[in-house]
Each structure stands twice: as C-alpha cells, then as structure tokens.
Write a protein of this length. Sequence first.
Length: 147
Amino acid sequence: MPPPRGMLRLAQIKLNSYHPKFLTDAGNDVLSTAKHMNIATSGLIPLPTKKHKFSLLKSAFVHKGAWRQFQNDEHKRVLELYGASAVGQDATNVVHFLRYFEHTIMQLHPGCSARVMLFADEALEAAEGARAQFPPIQPIEPIDVQR
C-alpha cells in the first residue's frame, strides 16, 4: 500500500500468530494507540496464511496404516507507520510508539509475535575529508601452506 501523499513510510510491523483473533486484538490495540499518539497508519493488511500440514502414526508398533493428520495455520498481518520526514517530531513519535509497543502492547498479547522494520530515506554522504584519513586498502597476497 503506498503511503499517503506527502508522507514517508517510517516503520513496518508484521504480526504473526496461530489464531486470527489474537492478531485482531493486538492489531486493534496498535491502531488505537497509534491514533492516540497522532501517528498515521495504514490499517491492518492481511497477508496469505501459511498452512503447515503433517501426519503422525496413531500406533507406534502395529497399525502402520493408521495415521493422524494435523494442520497449523500461521496468520499474518502488516501495519505501516507514516510520517512527514525521517527526522523530526514524527520520527520521534514513531520511535516512542515502537518502544511502547515492545514493552507494553506485545506483553499484553502473548499469543502474537512481531517483527519491526525501521525505514529512513536519507542518503548517507561521506564528508569531503573522510576518505583522506584512511590509507588505501592493499590486497593480501595468498599464502601457500604445505602439509
């Protein structure tokens, strides 16, 4: 989902769980807290569910044709946080929100796991004299080791 006009994507939160209700509860807490802190969000974006299927023998010894089949569904949601720039008040609010998210919101939802990615659109530029401080790198000659 593209960011709103004039806004940059500052962070992305991916939520994972084996039960979709846990994701909905955690996502609603994240959205309400972000709204309270005046952070622009994308809303909860559902990702495809990953299905893990496996079979186990019912009997370990005699009945080799009797199998039990199981399936784990891993549900995922994505939430993006937007701001006006990668430095400034919006970025500071996003960082404070992510700290609150880590220490409070995720502690209240133990059935969920999260992965957070921070983004910055700033170009890193080297100072003009920075290259002159270090000598050029010399290639290392291979060493012949005979046994």
